[in-house]
Design a binder for this molecule. Sequence first.
Ligand code: UDP
Ligand code: MN
Length: 287
Amino acid sequence: MIYYENISVDDIYGSLVKKTVKNATAEKVNCDYRELFEKNQYFYKPPFSKEILNSAEISSGGEYSPENCSPLFSVAIIVPYRKRANQLKAFLNYMHNFLRKQSIHYKIFIVEQADSKAFNRAKLFNIGAKYALKENFPCLIMQDVDLMPLKLANIYVCTERPRHMSSALDSFRFNLPYFGLFGGAVAITSDVFIHVNGFSNMFQGWGGEDDDLYARLVHKGYKIIRFDSSVAQYTMLSHAKESPNPDRINYLRSGYLRFDTDGLNSLVYTERAIKPMELYTNISVEI
Ligand code: UDP
Ligand code: MN
């Protein structure tokens, strides 16, 4: 077991950045988040993990804001995607059930690579961030399509410090494999993401891009944080291993040379379509 700095369930609420896209409407009271942390309920069980409940509550484009109270948080959830239809369906059903229990304002962006080049997870995140920033989301959560959070106290909201969210993953026996792991699911304020120039666009194929983002954060003086392992539990849907990029170690080593020139500020791609679907906004691109 390795030691890492973490926020206990009682301290989570105080660590969150309270910011929304719109100002709260005057006639509604603020949403109350206390129960989430008092109970830290295990949520990944039927019916929540099976099919979507009350889907009429969700607006076209995959956006939701609580009806009865005004949320203190807005978040864009950005997911890189290509040809994993079964996982996407499971993800959307479960996540909408999960996220609506957290009384937050959120919108799900699925950024789909619509070409046959090597998959570029990091670049897809940069593209998703661009659209989320245009809509003034103050907080970005970037997450794989195959990860499902298990505990309701794992609130999908940014902390002041960049947060590695999926630190207790079942496929790693709920342990963190190495200290600087910043993959899977992460939460970063839009300001910090812009400050580090986003991800590198150069990592094609599997691996390295998450470690490069971690290096960018460290380089700019940010220290990452995690929630306690009683909260940050995830399950990963099973899939075949993608083939690792043989150049990933070289790119990672020389990455610091490109922090300021390769990233959000050098993002080039072709937009194929932006479609508001029932449960998500589909951003289809060639990279
Ligand atoms: N991904 C995808 N299609 C692919 C490869 C990757 O949609 O062909 C996305 C998907 O969101 C996936 C993430 O990229 O969860 C990370 O890839 P993967 O799950 O293979 O990484 P690992 O679990 O091995 O870290
Ligand atoms: Mn995976």
